[in-house]
Design a protein around this ligand. Sequence first.
Ligand SMILES: NC(=O)c1ccc[n+]([C@@H]2O[C@H](COP(=O)([O-])OP(=O)(O)OC[C@H]3O[C@@H](n4cnc5c(N)ncnc54)[C@H](O)[C@@H]3O)[C@@H](O)[C@H]2O)c1
Length: 324
Amino acid sequence: MKRYLVTGGAGFIGSHLCEALLAGGNGVYVLDDQSTGHRHNLAHLFGNRELRFIPGSITDAPTLSRLVGTAHHVIHLAAAVGVKYILENPLESILTNVVGTERVLQACREFEKPLFLASTSEVYGLQTHAPLRETDYSVIGATSVSRWSYACSKALDEFMALAFHHQGAFPVTIARFFNTVGPRQSPAYGMVMPRLVDQAIRDQPMTVYGDGTQTRTFTHVADCTAAILGLLAHPEAAGEVYNIGGTQEISILQLANMIKLQAESASEIQLLPYDKVYNSNFEDMPRRVPDISKLRKAIGFTPTMSLERIITDVISDRRAALVA
Ligand SMILES: NC(=O)c1ccc[n+]([C@@H]2O[C@H](COP(=O)([O-])OP(=O)(O)OC[C@H]3O[C@@H](n4cnc5c(N)ncnc54)[C@H](O)[C@@H]3O)[C@@H](O)[C@H]2O)c1
C-alpha cells in the first residue's frame, strides 16, 4: 500500500483527491490548518482506517518532517487561496505560500520523497492570448497591486521546486490548475461560481464584477482529480509543468446567465465595478484559457464534464449546504 501526505487535504480539491486515493486502496495523511478548508469536508471518509487527519500548519517543520518521513509521496495543495482571502490577508498569504512551501520542499529533500505541487493559472498574469501554454511568459502587474502576490508566490514555489528537482534532490511534478469548481467549494473566499450560485438560489442580485466580459474556463473537480491521479501514475511527468483545465471559454456575464437559467432564479444580474468590491487599484485578467495538449499527450486527459453539468452539480451542492 502506498501512503500519500496531502497538505491542504481538508480543502475543496484536497478532499476529493483524498477520496480518490483512498478508493484506490492507498493510505492518506492529511495535514491542514483549516484556514479555508475544514475537517468536515472529510467527514464521509473518517470511517476509513487508512485516513489520518493531522490538524496543523505546513510551517511546522517538525510535524512535516515526521509525516514526510513516513509517507511515500507528497501532494502539496495547502496554500492561501482565493482573491478575497489574499487581499484581506496579504502578508500571511505570502508567508504561507513561500515559507510554508519551502518547508515542504526541505522535508522532501530530507527524505528524498517525490512531490506533486499545485500551482495556478494566475502565474500567466495579464497574458491575453489563448490558449496559454506552459512555456508562455508570466506577465505580472506592479507590486503595489497586491493580488499579484499570489501569482508571484506560486511562481516562486515553481522555481524552488524545479530547482530541487534539477539538482537531483527529489522528483517534482507541477500542475497549474485553471478555475476548478464543484461540490464542497466554499463561496467565502472569492470563488466566482459558488458565489453566483448562492445568489441565484436565494433570488438575490447576482453580482458580476467589472463589465463581465472577462472570460474563463471551468473544470469539474472530478476531472481535475482524474488528471492529478494520471500525473501521479506517469513517471515521465517528473520535472514537468502541466496545465489542468477545461476548454469551454465563457465570459462571466454569460456564466451568470447560465446559472440563473439553470437555477430557475428570479435574480437580477448586476454589474459591479471592481473598486466597489476590492480596492481602487485592483486588476483582473481579461482572459484565461489553457492549452491542455501537453497533459493530453502525457496521460490522454480530456475533460468529461460539460459546463451545464458542472453548474448542475454546484447548484445541488449549494442547495444542500444552504439547507443544512
Ligand atoms: N480551486 C481552484 O480553482 C484553484 C485554481 C488554481 C490553483 N489552485 C490551487 O489548488 C490548491 C487547492 O486549492 P482549493 O481550491 O482546494 O482551495 P482550499 O482553500 O479549499 O484548499 C486549500 C487548503 O489548504 C489549507 N491550508 C492553508 N494554509 C495552510 C497551512 N499553512 N498549513 C496547512 N494547511 C493550510 C486550507 O485550510 C485548505 O484546506 C491550492 O494550492 C490552490 O492554490 C486551486
